[in-house]
Write a protein that binds this ligand. Structure first.
Ligand code: HEC
Ligand code: HEC
Length: 201
């Protein structure tokens, strides 16, 4: 009797495991359609939440100086844009900013660290205004939609925002309000649907 009971328990455990893995695989199959359920409008909003986060805005100022922190205060040490967006005189961005975050000094880093050109200044603009700029080839460095998507999903400075290190006080910098994977998905959905910009907000 006891043997039969154990046997049955074993079988039901096996069945449980099978049902479990079956429903897991069903869930995996469903995962893709669920994500693409995001409408282009929702994708636009998710994407713009990232573009308007301090990590991006600090390098996309409308004036001639980078800013810092979540309050976008002017960059310390009187750092200036300079003629090539790489700093002025001895205050070159890349003399302090290296290719990766420095966890001893709190200096953030990513390859090719410098300021976005003035035509790409976003601070003080609405999400609609910023979206128009990133699509405007006279302002975005002359790039088409495909290159824009590549930049938005692959550029070292863009990706740095999702791994922004610590500041000089040793406090981790805040992340953009949307997770990296969701943001990348949103950019692609928005672009695949013709990169629509809503009329107003
Ligand atoms: C003298 C060294 C130095 C130079 C030169 C310098 N930086 Fe910085 N930068 C720093 C330090 C240190 C921090 C970190 C401050 C903190 O967060 O506590 C910083 C932070 C930043 C941040 C803030 C990141 C964030 O989201 O809070 C940006 C953006 C930035 N620098 C851009 C630039 C650009 C662009 C240039 C060149 C035009 C430049 N920096 C030149 C030292 C420098
Ligand atoms: C370290 C400074 C820095 C940071 C941080 C940064 N950018 Fe930029 N961005 C630049 C520079 C410089 C360019 C000019 C093209 C180049 O050299 O890569 C640029 C160009 C762009 C462009 C090209 C089109 C245009 O019209 O503006 C887009 C889009 C963009 N950045 C998005 C972002 C997003 C999104 C983030 C945050 C997740 C971000 N950037 C963070 C420096 C920065």
């Amino acid at each position: 009797m006891r043997g039969a009971f154990l046997y049955l328990t074993f079988i039901s455990l096996l069945c449980g495991a099978w049902v479990n893995s079956y429903s897991n695989s069903k869930r995996d199959l469903n995962a893709v359609p669920q994500e693409t359920d995001i409408t282009p409008e929702e994708a636009f909003d998710l994407m713009m939440k990232v573009l308007m986060s301090p990590r991006c805005l600090n390098c996309h100022p409308s004036g001639d100086r980078p800013t810092q922190g979540d309050d976008l205060h002017i960059h310390y040490y009187n750092v200036q844009r300079g003629p090539n967006n790489r700093g002025a005189g001895i205050q070159q961005c890349q003399s302090c900013h290296q290719n990766s975050n420095n966890y001893y000094t709190g200096v953030p880093g990513a390859s090719n660290w410098h300021l976005a050109p003035k035509s790409m200044g976003w601070q003080g603009l609405t999400k609609i205004e910023i979206a128009k700029i990133i699509l405007d080839q006279s302002k975005n460095g002359g790039i088409g939609l495909d290159s824009l998507v590549t930049h938005l999903t692959n550029d070292s400075k863009v990706l740095w925002a999702f791994d922004p290190g610590i500041n000089q006080e040793g406090v981790p910098r805040s992340l953009p309000p949307v997770a990296k994977e969701t943001y990348i998905e949103a950019v692609k959905i928005w672009a695949e649907n013709g990169a629509p910009i809503p009329n107003d907000d």
